[in-house]
Design a protein. Sequence first.
Lengths: 132, 48
Amino acid sequence: MEQALVIIDMQMLMQHRLDAGRDHVHGDAPAKIAALAAEFRRAGQRVIHVRHSDPDPTSPMHLGSPAQQVMPCAEALDDEPIFVKTTSSPFASTGMEKYLRDNGIGTLVVTGAVEVFASIPQFELDRTSALG
Amino acid sequence: MIVVRDAVMGFDMPDEQLSARAIFDVTIAHLKSDFAEIIDSDAIVAAS
């Protein structure tokens, strides 16, 4: 089984929060994520992108809004999959589960942004039930 | 699942008076106890 790097929710909303001086941990995560992505690509391993979009047109995370744009550290290469979720978990609203199964990916190396028990924990809970 | 601790960023919840550190630490502890291996990015670079 292969492993893949997963970059979750690294969108400009996070940069806006940093710029506004919001209390945070690991403000240097963007640089670390960029370095990890480069390392995975160098090793010929997959990099998977998960981004959030809110269907509510008044939401700051509405598709195409400034806050919904990807941070430079998380830009995808042309051949890398991008899964745009509308729920906290990509398994609930994207085709990522099928992609993982089709490509024999059994280990996910997770990076990105987390808000309480949102994306990352839900990511694993869903993965456990979905992939077995 | 492997979570790269220092490549995960988190923020506070001011309305709930919860600091970014408190939220992050509880989240990582939850993952570590039940689901995930927690590592730092240096471990990946060193292993490659």
